[in-house]
Structure formats: C-alpha cells, structure tokens
Ligand binder design. Structure first.
Ligand SMILES: *Cc1c(COP(=O)(O)O)cnc(C)c1O
Length: 357
C-alpha cells in the first residue's frame, strides 16, 4: 500500500459554488477564476465540472489557456495579466483569448503587431491597489488610443479592490466610476466584492476563492454560512502512535511538552505535502471524524495529532487535514494564513483523486 495521503476533489461541489456565485450576481456573467491550476485543484478537472454553465474562465498562464482550448472549451478565456511579449500576444490571438491591458508596454506591442483578428480586452485601471493598472485618470486618453489602434473588438473597463474583504471599496469605487463612460462594460468584483458590494457586479464578476469553498472573509462570514461547499479534502491516516508521560516533548525543537499522560497519533502529512509548517500546536485536525488538535512542530513528512478523546484511534485511522468536516479556513486562520495559500501549496507528490471515484 502506498503512503496514505491524498487530496480528494469534488467537482459537484465546485459546480455548486460556481452556480451560487452566479446566483449572487444574477445580472452579470462570471469569470470562473482558475489561475494557479485552479487554486491547486486542477484546471481541467474544475473546468469540466462547469463546462455547460461557465460564462468564461480567467487565468494567467498561456499553457493553462491552451489546455482548456485543446479540451474544447469555447467560452471566453481571460488572461488576467495579459501578455508579456509579442509572441505571447500572437499566441493569445491564435487561441482567441481575452487579454488584460495594464501597462504601456502592452499597448505598444498591441499597436505595433498585426493580428489575425481583433481581440477582446479588459483595460485595467489602478484605483488604489497599486499593483497592476494604468492611473485611473488616464482612462479617457487610453480609450481613444485603443479605439484608434483598430486592434480591439471589445473593451471592458476593469479594476481590482484591495479591501473588499475588510475596510471596503468606497475610495476605489469612486475613483473607478468617475472614469467609467455611461454604458461601458466593466468588471471589478472578486469573491469578497461579489458577496458584499452588488453595485460593483457590472458585466463580469471574477469569483475565485469562493468557487473552491473558501470564504473570502472567514473572520466575518464562514464558508458554510455563505452556502459554499468544500471542494478539496486533504486526507491521510495515522501511521504510528506514541504514549507520553508528563514532561515528554513532541517533535523538532520540543515545542510541545505534555503536562499529563497522553496518547498522540503520527499523521502522514507534512510541509512537503503542502501543510503549513507554521501551523502551531492547537491547529484543528479531524481524526476518525472527531475534532482534535495538532501538537508540536509540523515536520517535512509528518505532523502529530492529540488523541486524548480518541481511545479507538490507532494505526490506519483516517485523518482529515482540511475539507469535508473541517473548513480549510479554520486551519488557515490557526496558521496565520488564508485558505488560498493552503490550496495553492498542495504539493505535486500528493495524489489527487476525484470524489465519487
Ligand atoms: C485572483 C483574482 C480574482 C479572484 O479573487 P478571489 O479573491 O479569489 O475571489 C479576481 N480578479 C483578479 C484580477 C484576480 O487576480
């Protein structure tokens, strides 16, 4: 038998979450954001789950876009960072991709390169995130220039919010709408804005994390309360147990010290599988379907679960690290990170299986 860790991906849950996102923005089309190999879930697997209902897909890698086109997906596919050189621009045109235009260098390439057919583009304005985008106030001049280029079939105005999951969007929204010509298509909403700020929905929303069953603001709103279902369940088994007496320590650095006799289970999952090494003692973990906690430092291939209330647990007992029965948000919060990072960090060595198989 091989090492017992695996990631189970539930396509039906992904589909449910996408349809929920669409229901929360009923006037808009929804880019199904599948960048970073669908946040670690597998781009083709996720796309297949929504093949007949997806309005479009958004990602960064030409290679991932090619995978979708070769698999027969005919929906619009948006390159969220656009193209990086003329070759990329031509390949985007060949694959009939939509491109984000966020920088002067891209406009120059677009203007200078003959294309087989006009492209659809999102013109990205920087309204305060200060990552990608033209200064918002340049919008009128840019629109004139793009129209004059003759290279675009359609232009959507776009921005990205820095605090849709927290303080809010007021300043950025004001700066954006000041530039938005009446009737022009626009796209602004990540998952958090989709759920909290319906005025930002526009023509295309851009849900990502919610499609994978993560809450964009877990401190305020659990994934379950939004109606989202977990898509990835990272599961493994206990491969050894130890019985400690008071004063015994666990793992590297002896970070955990038992203050009474206790039993612990060694779980085949470590940071080389993508489990966060900085998850402290006390991070939630499910053993045999029951909530318990980790103890000691996460090592490369193993972590340790407290078996205090689990006398039946022994070698072979199933463990869920996150997913079905244990929200990834709870593990992420304990580890001081976000579910996005847990999902994306799933290591290539972890076998992935589809739920129901
Ligand atoms: C990743 C990304 C999204 C999706 O964000 P979530 O917080 O995962 O919903 C939306 N828009 C852009 C530009 C992105 O890069």
């Amino acid at each position: 038998m091989s090492r017992p860790i695996l990631a189970r991906i539930d396509p039906a849950a992904f589909r449910h979450n996408y349809l929920l996102a669409k229901a929360r923005a009923p006037q808009s089309r929804a880019w199904c954001v599948v960048k970073a190999n669908a946040y670690g879930h597998g781009v083709l697997r996720c796309a297949e789950a929504v093949r007949d209902v997806a309005d479009g897909f958004a990602l960064l890698d030409l290679a991932e876009a090619r995978i979708l086109r070769e698999a027969g997906f005919t929906q619009p596919i948006l390159l969220l960072e656009g193209f990086f050189d003329v070759e990329g621009l031509l390949e985007a045109a060949r694959l009939d991709l939509d491109v984000v235009l966020h920088d002067e260098s891209q406009l120059r390439m677009l203007e200078a390169t003959p294309l087989p057919a006009p492209l659809s583009a999102c013109l990205k304005l920087n309204t305060g995130m200060n990552r990608l985008g033209f200064p918002a106030e340049q919008c009128p001049g840019l629109l004139v220039r793009l129209q004059q280029s003759g290279k675009l079939a359609q232009i959507t105005l776009m921005t990205h919010f820095s605090d849709a999951d927290g303080e809010g969007i007021d300043a950025q929204w004001t700066r954006f709408t000041a530039q938005l010509p009446a009737g022009m298509p626009f796209s602004c909403s990540n998952s958090a804005a989709l759920l909290r700020f319906p005025q930002t929905h526009g023509n295309w929303v851009r849900p990502g994390i919610m499609l994978y069953g993560g809450s964009p603001m877990p401190a305020a709103l659990s994934a379950e309360s939004i109606g989202l279902r977990p898509v990835m369940t990272l599961q493994s088994r206990i491969i050894a147990t130890q019985t400690l007496v008071a004063g015994d320590t666990v793992g590297y650095g002896s970070l955990f010290r038992a203050d009474k006799p206790m039993r612990i289970g060694i779980v085949a999952c470590g940071y080389a599988d993508g489990y966060p090494r900085h998850a402290p003692s006390g991070t939630p973990v499910l053993v045999d379907g029951q909530l318990t906690r980790t103890v000691g430092r996460v090592s490369m291939d193993m972590l340790v679960a407290d078996l205090e209330h689990l006398p039946q647990a022994s070698v072979g007992t199933p463990v869920v690290l996150w997913g079905e029965g244990l929200p990834a948000d709870d593990v992420a919060t304990s580890a001081g990170t976000v579910s996005y990072e847990l999902f994306c960090a799933l290591a290539p060595r972890v076998p992935v299986v589809q739920a129901g198989h």
